[in-house]
Write a protein that binds this ligand. Structure first.
Ligand code: ADP
Length: 689
């Protein structure tokens, strides 16, 4: 299936496929040329206000473009660190290191007396604690560093949803996110989307899963080389579940795959290596962008206007057998490069081995690059990637937080690692469920003696992301708005803290651009069918009865496709998926996971609509299933109506024995109503109303 339409130069330099955002829609963010970089490194005088509530109103994102500011904020923002208080020399930075001070000014006392403030449990925040503390101080929210007996509004977890038992409020992790973004799971999800929408998903390098797809990898590479003998590819092998460059190596030929040894024998992804990355100062770099998944249903995505660029520490050369092993040249991981003698710690956001992304954009813009297009391509990449991840996430979500049971709502900050090709095409490397939110780094003072020192670049970007995430999920926002309206007279002239904070660094991209991308949400609809037939809540796998019920209710079996054939399909696919040894929540459960169901669904679609392209086959089968299920639901409702009418017609209780409705009467009612009412019900079901 995957060999179709494959060209050796797999990653087309051209646009981002059909679903995209017109660059024209993306207003520039007032990118200032680097020369205009200012000044304002001035340290705040000791004792200056530590909270941005009192900061000047033309704070960090004053350079927002007209109409929403989709581009990263104007770069070179060192001056702003002082203003919004997130800089290490800024007051909030100092506050983070243990000197919490009350904000001066008239609001400080009165405000807190009027409002109890949002409560945040930070006891599991781990390495994001420092940045979280600064954010909470800026917002004047109440932190519970050791947890709280009463429920908190927000629980901030450093690692996973399951760090604590939570039954209410909001938690900053989705169940199953870590599993969903693992290298193998992400590659599978992206491949499913590439099969359906090859052009739209050409921002993800062609990948194979090891060890199970080793023969396929070998065969495909051989075929591509035969087709194009001048193709001299390089591949990168990345162990599943690895991070920080752990166990990664480059190869020139499939026969170089190491299948023995502890790390090498782990399941892994082998991927086409991007040989021509964009270089800055002759160095390869990647971009870490922060993305907030604010809600899964309905889907809400925000992107931080600024991120980080992490640089290699050896000048880049295209891979050759001689330099394949030089990690400081090929891998941009901070955790690796920090050990290079060439690593440059810098207090400036524009220099050194870790810089802001906006400083790179600024530089590109001054060289005449179309940064508007680049930014809109990045937004497309992020939305498409999340669309690929949501089906799996929804399965985990319904399993951990079944509808109708008490549980928290979730949001999550994700770290997107993106590489820019020479032609400025963004390529997705990976998605991190737990991007580092550390705002300090280790410095070796003398051999073997390390000290944690503040990292201005990290602090600038990460504190804003956490603070603004909190502002977006603020549970009191709505209440506050109502109160503001009610007591407008009382509070005339009094600003709310929100108004005094810098404008949000997180910009909504979904549902804002939903129209352009909704057609990509096909697998989401397959997942909705899967979830519907899961039956018992709390599971992520479909049993054989659930699968049979799905086939029956959707009327997919017939004389050519018997229920026995259905069972064989179920057993074949499920057995194969369960033998892959995927690290799954229910790896002991022999049932069918979502990805196996998707494969079975594609098989059914191919059987039923032989002559159509895959995308149309799948779309047609989804329509058919949804339609038949709606009809079934309609039928049941009408049956219900029939029962109710019959009940109404029955004599009052006690006057006659209640024998219950006889089916034939119900049938009569159904027959009478079915044409008009059923159509209306079906319509209603399909529009979701
Ligand atoms: P990890 O989770 O271990 O950091 P990544 O997938 O982020 O794994 O890869 C580590 C580094 O390897 C990236 O930061 C990037 O510099 C480089 N890299 C990864 N995949 C590719 C690729 N397909 N082409 C070029 N470089 C890559």
């Amino acid at each position: 299936m995957r060999t179709e339409g494959m060209e050796p130069a797999g990653l087309e330099p051209a646009g981002m496929g059909t679903a995209g955002i017109e660059p024209a829609e993306m207003e520039p963010a007032g990118l200032e040329p680097p020369e205009m970089e200012p000044a304002c490194e001035a340290e705040e005088p000791p004792g200056s206000p530590s909270l941005p509530a009192e900061a000047p109103q033309d704070g960090p994102v004053a350079a927002d473009p007209p109409g929403e500011g989709e581009l990263p904020a104007a770069p070179c923002r060192e001056r702003e660190r002082g203003r919004c208080g997130t800089g290490p020399q800024g007051s909030a930075g100092r506050a983070a290191r243990g000197r919490a001070r009350r904000a001066p000014g008239r609001r400080s006392g009165g405000e807190s007396a009027r409002r109890p403030g949002v409560t945040v449990d930070s006891s599991k925040a781990k390495t994001s604690l420092e940045a979280l503390k600064i954010s909470l101080r800026q917002l004047r929210w109440k932190e519970f560093p050791f947890g709280r007996r009463l429920p908190c509004d927000i629980y901030w977890h450093g690692v996973s949803f399951h760090d604590n038992n939570i039954f209410s409020g909001q938690v900053n992790k989705f169940p199953g996110m870590m599993e969903t973004v693992r290298k193998i799971t992400l590659s599978r999800a992206m491949r499913t989307m590439q099969d359906l929408f090859p052009l739209e998903y050409n921002f993800y390098p062609r990948s194979w899963i090891l060890p199970e797809e080793l023969p396929l990898f070998v065969a495909e590479v051989r075929m591509l080389k035969d087709r194009n003998p001048s193709w001299k590819p390089t591949f990168i092998v990345k162990p599943d579940g690895g991070c920080q460059g752990d166990g990664i190596y480059l190869i020139k030929d499939p026969s170089d795959i190491r299948l023995t040894g502890s790390i090498q024998s782990r399941p892994a992804v082998v991927q086409e290596y991007i040989c021509k990355p964009l270089l800055v100062d002759k160095l390869k770099f990647d971009i870490r962008l922060y993305v907030l998944l604010k809600s899964l249903e309905p889907l809400e995505i925000y992107i931080a206007k600024d991120g980080l660029s992490r640089f290699c520490t050896e000048p880049y050369q295209e891979p050759t057998l001689k330099n394949l092993h030089q990690v400081f040249m090929h891998l941009t991981n901070y955790s690796l490069n920090i050990h290079s003698g060439n690593f440059i710690h810098s207090d400036s956001v524009n220099t050194g081995s870790k810089r802001t992304f906006s400083s790179i954009l600024c530089r590109l813009s001054s060289r005449g690059a179309d940064v508007k297009k680049l930014w809109s391509d990045i937004i497309s990449l992020v939305i498409k990637t999340i669309i690929a991840l949501t089906p799996e996430l929804k399965v985990y979500y319904q399993s951990d937080i079944p509808a109708g049971k008490p549980g928290p709502t979730c949001f999550q900050i994700l770290g997107f690692d993106i590489l820019l090709m020479k032609n400025l095409k963004p390529i997705l490397l990976e998605v991190n469920a737990n991007p580092s939110m550390r705002i300090e780094h280790e410095q070796e003072l003398s051999p073997g003696v390390f000290e944690n020192v503040p990292s201005p670049v990290d602090e600038e970007v990460k504190v804003a992301v956490i603070r603004d995430t909190l502002r977006l999920v603020d549970p009191q926002k709505k209440k506050r708005k109502d109160t503001q309206c009610q007591s407008a007279e009382q509070e005339a002239g009094e600003e709310l803290p929100e108004a005094a904070l810098p404008s949000l660094c997180l910009k909504q991209v979904f549902p804002k651009y939903a129209k352009q991308f909704s057609y990509l949400r096909l697998v989401d609809r397959v997942a909705a069918l899967f979830i519907r037939f899961l039956g018992v809540k709390g599971t992520t796998k479909l049993g054989p009865t659930g699968f049979r019920t799905f086939i029956r209710n959707c009327k997919l079996s017939n004389s050519n496709f018997s229920m026995a054939a259905v069972d064989i399909l179920y057993i074949d696919i499920t057995r194969r998926w369960n033998s892959m040894g995927i690290d799954h929540k229910e790896s002991g459960n022999p049932g069918m996971c979502l990805q196996a169901f998707v494969e079975a669904f594609f098989c059914l679609a191919q059987r039923k609509y032989k002559s159509l392209p895959l995308h149309d086959q799948v779309a047609s089968l989804i329509e058919l299933c949804e339609c038949r299920l709606a009809a079934l639901r309609g039928k049941r409702l009408v049956w219900g109506c029939g029962l109710a009418q019959r009940h109404r017609a029955l004599p009052a209780a006690g006057t006659a024995p209640c024998t219950g409705p006889a089916p034939p009467r119900g049938h009569q009612v159904f027959r009478l109503q079915k044409t008009s009412q059923l159509r209306a019900l079906m319509c209603r079901d399909r529009t979701g109303s």
